[in-house]
Design a protein around this ligand. Structure first.
Ligand SMILES: Nc1ncnc2c1ncn2[C@@H]1O[C@H](COP(=O)(O)OP(=O)(O)O)[C@@H](O)[C@H]1O
Ligand SMILES: O=c1ccn([C@@H]2O[C@H](COP(=O)(O)O)[C@@H](O)[C@H]2O)c(=O)[nH]1
Length: 201
């Protein structure tokens, strides 16, 4: 099993890159674990309280559960990956059965920030897009897909996203084996990643 970690700031294009990599590999050989599925359970908080959570701080993520799930996959066992709702800021009651595959991709803004998790990766990738590009993408996405308005997105950007990015995400670029520039779609980088994966398998 090859475990690949794909980090990068919000809106850098992690999900897009993951989908491009999946397309390059034979069907059924890849499974994906998303850090977003592992936000801490906050069952006893109201919606108002949950909206105030700093979702870009490592404290917001249940890294122990991601590590536990990855280790289970490595042992050939199926896991129940939580499903998260960005609209309610909460885990849903659903889970997705995630089966062990030859290639396991773990993607998320903070996945290179946690040492125990980082140590499980065979290949570490950081997707880079310029700050203004990421903010534009984030505004578009949060309004169309995550039920937010412009004030909410911009306030969150200034109060938490930007400082957390500078403190906890950008520095983890130094851990990456490969940095993908993604201001524009980058098919050459995807080809390189595919070649590295095939070499390692
Ligand atoms: N290279 C790119 N050029 C233009 N738009 C992109 C590019 N990569 C991603 N996007 C768009 O930006 C938005 C955020 O991309 P996404 O892959 O969800 O980022 P992330 O998972 O890092 O938050 C999506 O609407 C996606 O279609
Ligand atoms: O309830 C939530 C939980 C997280 N977020 C934001 O999501 C991004 C991470 O997701 P990407 O797909 O990598 O952009 C993070 O910046 C959180 O601020 C949220 O808005 N609501």
């Amino acid at each position: 099993m090859l475990i690949i970690g794909i980090a990068g700031g919000t809106g850098s294009g992690k999900t897009t890159v993951v989908n491009q990599i999946i397309k390059q590999l034979p069907t059924g050989e890849v499974c994906v674990i998303s850090q977003d599925s592992y936000y801490n359970e906050t069952v006893n908080l109201s919606y108002e309280e949950r909206s105030k959570i700093n979702f870009d701080h490592p404290r917001a993520i249940d890294f122990d559960l991601i590590v536990k799930h990855l280790k289970k996959l490595r042992l050939g066992k199926t896991i129940e990956q939580p499903v998260y709702s960005f609209v309610t800021h909460n885990r849903t009651t659903d889970t997705i059965k995630t089966h062990p595959r030859k290639v396991v991709i773990v993607e998320g803004i903070l996945i290179l920030n946690n040492e125990a998790l980082r140590d499980l990766f065979d290949i570490k990738i950081f997707v880079h897009a310029d700050t203004d590009e990421r903010l534009i993408r984030r505004i578009r996405r949060d309004i169309t897909e995550r039920g937010r308005d412009i004030d909410e997105v911009l306030n969150r950007y200034q109060d938490t996203l930007k400082p957390m990015h500078l403190q906890f995400i950008e520095p983890t670029k130094n851990f990456a084996d490969i940095i993908i520039p993604n201001n524009k779609h980058n098919t050459v980088a995807i080809d390189v990643v595919r070649t590295v994966i095939n070499d390692r398998l």
